[in-house]
Design a protein around this ligand. Structure first.
Ligand SMILES: Cc1cc2nc3c(=O)[nH]c(=O)nc-3n(C[C@H](O)[C@H](O)[C@H](O)COP(=O)(O)OP(=O)(O)OC[C@H]3O[C@@H](n4cnc5c(N)ncnc54)[C@H](O)[C@@H]3O)c2cc1C
Length: 412
């Protein structure tokens, strides 16, 4: 039997591609998924709540070699279309500062509704089918699964990247394309915690604090993000770190010097922090025991573990309040509390990443995400060289690109 469309990978982009292909008129659409569950990664998104899009979306929310093409694909099935689609599945919307979730705040509601929609459309969902290769032979594609070959007029590759490999995304789609001669930008982890060289904050592991994180590449400020920072034994994590991680790791891969500057007082102008410290030092010298440790001066301003680590960064580790000269203490603390520069040496890898940066270059793809070299073989989702920042942008990309590829594949 020759299928109209075979979709390889039953994640967010693959399920959307199959639905779009069927709605575009294809009769026989099947999805081959190596897991027995479809949309497994969807279940983990947004801490189990599924932040699937965002009311504010523009090119600055994505990294890619071609942001214009990224935005053209998104326009084919934008936030409004995605919200309408969710509504058509009976999913109410919860808005949190523009970040969109199902009203249930439960990812399983999204996953089950999309799978149910695919079944309702008569799409063949075939779980436990790991695709090993895709070959074009004459006018059709031969899709090889262990012990069986499926045949189709068109194929959508929606195997994801390398992020969160336990969900099933282990880069096989990119491997299949690479060995067919398709150019692929080196895949790297993105939205991932960063490892700090000789982490000086190690003893403050476990502290969570609102902070501003600035990415510095080869001594140039590249981007700046504020939010809840998590200090860990290996380095730093949390949304502001995830937001800069894609650019940081691409720069590191290019052997550039990558640093972050932490400001633990993001809402204070620099001079205000300095005045605060001078005042604190002068008050302490009048009201605290002279023999008490200097870190007491910082404990009213920072979480205890962090105050201890920062006060330990002085040349004299065991200074006491009587040793403190207000101006030098204010200089010192201002430096380490608002301008702490750390060297990034790596990341926590694909196991801890939410997405993949890199993938198939847009140059290889036409406006419907079909490969120029292999017409009717489409690519979507994380396999394409697009990664979004936190806020629902990666799922929006998965759904928009899946829609674009599936609609074209199904219209043949
Ligand atoms: C913990 C976590 C939280 C996240 N939270 C959010 C969030 O809140 N908002 C957001 O926008 N994004 C979030 N993301 C990112 C988002 O989930 C992904 O970008 C998106 O799911 C990618 O969709 P995809 O279809 O390209 O790939 P995937 O969802 O990875 O799907 C690919 C599918 O292909 C299958 N597959 C792979 N190889 C084969 C093969 N050889 N044969 C058959 N099947 C194969 C895999 O098993 C998998 O099911 C999160 C990611 C993680 C890991």
């Amino acid at each position: 039997m020759i299928n109209d469309v075979i979709v390889v990978g039953g994640g967010a982009s693959g399920l959307m591609a199959a639905i779009a292909a069927r709605k575009a008129g294809a009769s026989d659409v099947i999805v081959l998924e190596k897991n027995t569950t479809f949309g497994k990664k969807l279940l983990a998104t947004g801490n189990g709540k599924c932040n699937f899009t965002n009311l504010t979306l523009d090119g600055s929310c994505y990294h890619s070699d071609d942001i214009d093409r990224t935005m053209e694909i998104i326009k084919n099935f934008d936030q409004a279309a995605l919200l309408e689609f969710m509504g058509s599945l009976g999913i109410g919307i919860e808005y949190r500062d523009g970040w969109c979730y199902p009203r249930s705040m439960s990812a399983v509601s999204v996953q089950q509704a999309i799978v149910s929609c695919a079944r309702r459309l008569g799409i063949g969902l075939k779980g436990g089918k790991k695709v090993l290769d895709v070959k074009k032979s004459g006018g059709t594609f031969r899709v090889e699964v262990d012990g069986y070959t499926y045949v189709s007029k068109s194929v959508v590759l929606a195997c994801g990247g390398f992020a969160d490999p336990k969900s099933g995304s282990t880069g096989e789609g990119l491997w299949i394309l690479n060995h067919s001669g398709i150019r692929i930008k080196k895949p790297l982890p993105a939205l991932v915690p960063l490892v700090i060289k000789n982490n000086p904050l190690k003893k403050a592991s476990g502290v969570r604090i609102d902070a501003e994180v600035t990415l510095i590449v080869d001594d140039q400020e590249i981007s700046r993000e504020s939010g809840n920072l998590q200090i860990t034994d290996y380095g730093i994590s949390g949304i502001p770190v995830f937001q800069i991680s894609s650019e940081a790791l691409r720069a590191l891969d290019q052997k550039k010097s990558v640093k972050v500057r932490l400001n633990f007082f993001p809402d204070y102008p620099p001079n205000a922090v300095r005045s605060l410290l001078e005042q604190s030092v002068s008050n302490a010298s009048e009201n605290l025991l002279p023999s008490d440790p200097g870190r007491l001066l910082l404990m009213g301003l920072l979480p205890e573990k962090l105050a201890e680590v920062i006060s330990g960064m002085t040349s004299s580790q065991k200074f006491s309040i009587e040793d403190v000269d207000p101006v030098s203490m204010a200089n010192f603390a201002e430096k380490y509390m608002t301008d702490l520069v750390l060297e990034v040496s790596g990341s926590r890898g694909f196991e801890n990443a939410q997405t993949t940066s890199g993938g198939v270059y847009f140059d290889e793809l036409d406006e419907n995400l079909s490969l120029k070299q292999i017409p009717h073989l489409y690519v979507c989702g994380e396999e394409v060289d697009v990664d979004g920042v936190c806020g629902g942008y990666n799922l929006q990309w998965a759904f928009s690109s899946g829609y674009t590829a599936g609609r074209a594949a199904g219209s043949l």
